[in-house]
Design a protein around this ligand. Structure first.
Ligand SMILES: CC(C)CCC(=O)N[C@H](Cc1ccc(NC(=O)CCc2ccc(Cl)cc2)cc1)C(=O)N1CCC(C)CC1
Length: 276
């Protein structure tokens, strides 16, 4: 064959051209993939939750929850919380930039961030008209959680959900905000912080891209303010858990779901998370 003729035949592969900045198509693809991951791992879609909005617990059902023992209600909520966390783990694993991070960094981000994402997602199941949250298939007010014996804390969880709900985020905005919360280069025990930072920069670009497209740039600083609230609420969760573990060590040790231990008990190393 004529030397060099193969060059003429080769389609110049533009895909692999090194591009120092993310192109808008790259960012649009990132928006689409994060939105898809969120939808696929939402546990309930918005339409289902809308249809269930009128379903409340009867007086008897509320009383049944309130008559549960403290450790029984904690165990019940721990199962619900671990459920929600598992969907967040699945959400994370479907985010392209997240999957390319090192295994240990993925685990470190999930260990420190998954509870925060659960709280972000909770705004989707919060009904602002009557301050109820979707729980066990119906909408419940704070009084239903009385037997947890941490009413002030539950009130702050509801307040946070109320505040986030008030921003009336679209599902795509919730998706990108969740990715922003998760992919945080300031988390402890990260091995390759720079790599996490690069992925985070892309997610930040993606979030501002869709806020610009939705003509809601003013939301950006409100969302960044929510990050601080999220951190405090998570710290409160851990503190409450320590308080509970003090009084009910057996319940936590033998009855709480394994994933919860890996998430909230600092010294355990992670197995479930990796397989999830
Ligand atoms: C259906 C999906 C679309 C939405 C899925 C979803 O977000 N579910 C959440 C998950 C959840 C569960 C419990 C909490 N916290 C507490 O109960 C405080 C005490 C506590 C702390 C730690 C442990 Cl381990 C155990 C108990 C936070 C969040 C849920 O089930 N909720 C919302 C929050 C209220 C307080 C309970 C009911």
């Amino acid at each position: 064959s004529i030397p060099g003729s193969e060059m003429g035949l080769r389609v110049f592969d533009t895909e692999n051209l090194f591009c120092p900045y993310p192109t808008s198509t790259h960012i649009e693809e990132l928006c689409a993939s994060i939105f898809r991951s969120h939808r696929e791992t939402g546990q309930y879609c918005v339409e289902e939750l809308q249809a269930l909005r009128w379903k409340f617990f009867s007086r008897e059902e509320v009383l049944a929850y309130q008559n549960k023992s403290v450790d029984e209600m904690w165990q019940h909520c721990a199962v619900r919380l671990t459920d929600a966390v598992q969907y967040v783990v699945e959400f994370a694993k479907r985010i392209p930039g997240f999957r390319q991070l090192g295994q240990n960094d993925q685990i470190a981000l999930l260990k420190s961030g998954s509870m925060e994402v659960v709280l972000v997602r909770m705004s989707r199941i919060f009904n602002m008209e009557n301050s109820t949250v979707f729980f066990d298939g119906k909408f419940a007010g704070t009084e239903l959680f009385k037997s947890l014996a941490c009413c002030d804390f539950i009130a702050s969880v509801f307040d946070f959900a109320h505040g986030l709900c008030a921003l009336r985020l679209t599902e795509q905005q919730v998706a990108l905000f969740s990715a922003l919360v998760l992919i945080n280069a300031d988390r402890p025990c990260l091995e390759d912080r720079d790599r996490v930072l690069r992925v985070r920069k892309d997610v930040e670009l993606a979030l501002s891209h869709i806020l610009h497209r939705d003509n809601q740039e003013s939301l950006l600083h409100k969302l960044y303010q929510k990050l601080a609230l999220l951190k405090n609420l998570c710290t409160l969760h851990i503190e409450k858990l320590r308080w509970f573990r003090q009084y009910f060590p057996v319940t936590v040790h033998s009855l709480f779901p394994p994933l919860y231990k890996e998430l909230f008990v600092s010294d355990t190393d992670i197995h479930t998370m990796v397989t999830l």
